[in-house]
Design a protein. Sequence first.
Length: 329
Amino acid sequence: MIMQILLSVSRLTLTFGLIASALSFVAQAQEFPSRTLQVIVPFTAGGPTDAMARVVGRELARLTNQPVIVENRPGAGGNVGSAQVARAEPDGYTMIVNGGLTHTLNPQIFAKTSGYALKDFKAVAAFAKSPMVLTVNPDLGVNDVQQLVALAKAKPGGLSFASGGQASNPHMAAELFRASTQTDMLHIPYKGTADSVKDIVSGRVQVGFFSPQVAEPLIQAGRLKALGVTSTTRIKGLDSIPTIAEQGVKEFVFESWYIVLVPAKTPGPIVAKLNQLINQALDNPETQKAFLSIGLDVIHATPEQTEASILAEQNKWSDLVRKIGLQLD
């Protein structure tokens, strides 16, 4: 009898403890943020991820009346900044803005040296996405995706595609295209987008995937020919270019998307508050205008939707990474 009473008391104590803890987290979220927010960008300044982080950071500062510091921590393909945030205090005051591909791919291709795992993070929001454009040198003599596929199959390994580096968005878009079309093209990695564009325009390399803002002026000038876009629907401003999927490569989709993450043990109510603030920042017409200027579409997503997208991306790339043997450590 005494044991039963003690057990009941213990259960009540545990229940009250859980309730008190939950109420404490809710109270913290109501007061959050009460000091400076730090946003880590795991790439150098000046790129699209950095630009987006600074636009959102300025709006968060306005909404919260708190300073927002955007700090670039480049290195090891994004791993340095990611590992820093994974080890940060899980209080919501340190977050990372990262590319969805980088975040999900790096623990697979840097299996020993990434410094973090997906379980080390909690998703806050997905806030922007951008498709890519499949382009070729105009002298290649192909006018659509099926003609490119036919030529690649007729000359296995005879065509080459350029990228801004191993595991970059252009590289992985091309690898997904190769796998989806069962073609064999040679990968030529460069140190950046500018060099890869130059060699496709000159004809040294024949194929490349580029962001709309990089591709559009070159397409209009006749220096590149666009064959298809990687999104599910056609791109505003490039409406004449069909999607790759509608040209027979069924279900082919590749979009650069961007996410906000915090350390895994960050309390749920604080994650929810951050999500609310970020979505408010995205609703500002000035934010949307700034994103559009760099070729990005604003999206809204809950933490749960963002987490589901991360899991889907992880599953999408794991088989392909094994198939092509992509390992960078």
